[in-house]
Each structure stands twice: as C-alpha cells, then as structure tokens.
Design a protein around this ligand. Structure first.
Ligand SMILES: Cc1ncc(COP(=O)(O)O)c(C=O)c1O
Length: 304
C-alpha cells in the first residue's frame, strides 16, 4: 500500500509533530536542556510511535484486505491496529491470550471498530509471539503484524536533530529506538525489559529503576507525569514515557547537554491504569488525566 493512500484515509494525521521546550528549572536543573517531540500529536488514536511502526508493514503489502496481529488486552498496538483497519475499511483480527481480561477499554474500542477477537491458549500465544508468521495460518492473504508492531524498521519522520546531544526514547521491543539511530545521534532508551539489548553502538538501553515488572504502579513515574502536566500541560503515558522520563531525570546530572525526548503516545492506556491503581493515584491528578484524555475522544467511531 502506498503511503499517500494510507494518509488519505487519515486526514487528521500530522507527520510534522511540534517540538516543545521543557523548562527543568523547577526541578533544580540549570544547565540540562530538554525538548520534547510531540509524536503523541501525530494522531489522537494512532498516536506516538504506533503509526510509525504500522506504516512499513502496510507499505510492504500489495493488496491490503486484512490485518492480523496479536497483543495484550490493554495494548496500545492492538488499539491502533484496530482503528487503522476500520479507517481503511479492511478486516482486522486480534489474537488474544486466553484468560486475559476481556472487557477492557482497549478491547471494547477494538470490538466497536469491528475487530474480530481470536482467543488462543497461552502456549499457542507464545508460539505466535515468537514466530509471528504462524499467524498466516489464520488467513494466508493477511498482512501479519508481530506483537507491538515490531518486525520491520519503523518509519522515520523528517526531523532536525542537529542541535541535540542525545535522543531519549522509551523502549518496549526496541523497534522505535532502533529506527532513531538513523538520525546519527546517540540514542538512549529505557526499558522495563532489562534483558533487551540491541547490537547497535549508537543505542544504549538502560533498565527502568522501578518497578521491576512492566505495567506495575510507579510512584516516580506518577510524580513526573503530574509535574509535566502541571507545568507544561503535556500528558505522558503511564507505562513508557512517564517511567522513562522519571528514570532519565533520576540518573542524569545537571550538565550542559540538550536532550530530545520523543513522546511516543499511548495515552489510551491511562484508562485501565487509573482503574487498577485508583487507590494510589491522587484524585485531583486522576481528574486532570480524565479531562485530558476525554478531549482525545479515544473510542470515537472510525468514521469520525
Ligand atoms: C507509548 C509507547 N511508547 C513506547 C513503546 C515502545 O516501542 P517499541 O516496542 O518500538 O520499543 C510502546 C510500545 O509499542 C508504546 O506503546
């Protein structure tokens, strides 16, 4: 599929997201400069790195009639894939692990957009995750997208990165961070998957300091997210961008350096995070988040 045809189906896509200066002085930094590329503004739903990771998969497919992918029931990736398929008017099958919560805000949106949900056993899910090409058995003509939109190099936006010393990017599979290496600047990623290593001299991946498990409550991430929302009216997501910025600030000295952080989107995941951690998260902050994401109209009909 041609990129132009894809973008025609998405009049609200902005492939020139703004870069904003983040003033760190209230945190005591005098020399360190931080700018944030607002990839969360690429599109309200297919936001951040989602479209950038999906584009190469779609471009590789001559005839696009069906997307088959897999993921968790809160996953930003399945949410984006289902919306994109609905928008393009093609079929979407989401392979989900048996035993996972079925009525999540993420999955409810996907179902409303017409995605078909296919439950598989844990062992089958593991096999499909490790060998995504096995999903071709579901439909040999489908566009198969591995979990998280991995498997192909992410689409690289045109961006003037000349003045930055380092690019900071949250890491899951590492696909996004890997693509940023092409900017020819050192790339620093933070991941809760401490084992993740990429054989790439310009890319350093550090573990997040807390919590040890993915998608658990992180007080430092919440504090950082609240600080950024209060001071700059930018909402980070709870699983990738907020923990990454928190870890970066904790581990970074006040030195004369200019960092470009990529806001990789994922705001839809707040909906279940707020429910899971309702007791820990301050009610005023919860209200602020709800107001912010309400404006994104995340469950909008695919025709809107
Ligand atoms: C909001 C957000 N940021 C970052 C990532 C990590 O991206 P990658 O898997 O390309 O490392 C993800 C996962 O796709 C995500 O949803």
């Amino acid at each position: 599929m041609q990129l132009e045809a894809l973008l025609q189906a998405f009049p609200k896509v902005n492939l020139h997201p703004p870069v904003m200066e983040i003033d760190l002085s209230s945190l005591g930094y005098k020399q360190l400069r931080l700018s944030m590329r607002r990839d969360d503004l690429i599109h309200p739903i297919v936001s951040g790195n989602k479209l950038l990771k999906l584009i190469p998969h779609l471009q590789a497919q001559d005839i696009l009639v069906h997307i088959v992918t897999c993921g968790g029931t809160h996953s930003n990736h399945i949410h984006s894939a289902a919306y994109l398929a609905a928008r393009l008017g093609i079929k979407c099958t989401l392979v989900i692990r048996e035993g996972e919560a079925f009525e999540t805000p993420t999955l409810n949106d996907c179902k409303a957009w017409g995605a078909e949900i296919l439950h598989v056993s844990r062992s089958r899910f593991r096999a499909l995750r490790e060998q995504p090409q096995l999903m071709q058995q579901i439909d040999p003509s489908a566009c198969i997208i591995p979990e998280g939109g991995a498997g192909r190099e992410a689409f690289l936006l045109e961006s003037n990165v000349e003045s930055y010393d380092q690019i900071l990017v949250p890491v899951g599979t590492g696909t996004t961070a890997q693509s940023f290496v092409k900017y020819e600047k050192p790339v620093l990623g933070f991941s809760s998957f401490a084992y993740l290593q990429k054989d790439e001299p310009k890319l350093t991946i550090k573990p997040l300091d807390s919590p040890k498990r993915f998608a658990e409550y992180s007080m430092s991430a919440m504090k950082t997210a609240k600080w950024l929302l209060d001071t700059h009216n930018i909402l980070l997501d709870p699983l990738y961008t907020a923990p990454s910025l928190a870890a970066f600030l904790k581990q970074t000295q006040d030195e004369p350096a200019h960092i470009l952080m990529i806001h990789t989107g994922g705001l839809q995941s707040w909906r279940s995070y707020l429910k899971r951690f309702a007791i820990q998260i301050d009610p005023h902050f919860t209200r602020q988040i709800k107001d912010y994401i309400e404006q994104l109209d995340l469950g909008r009909p695919a025709t809107a």
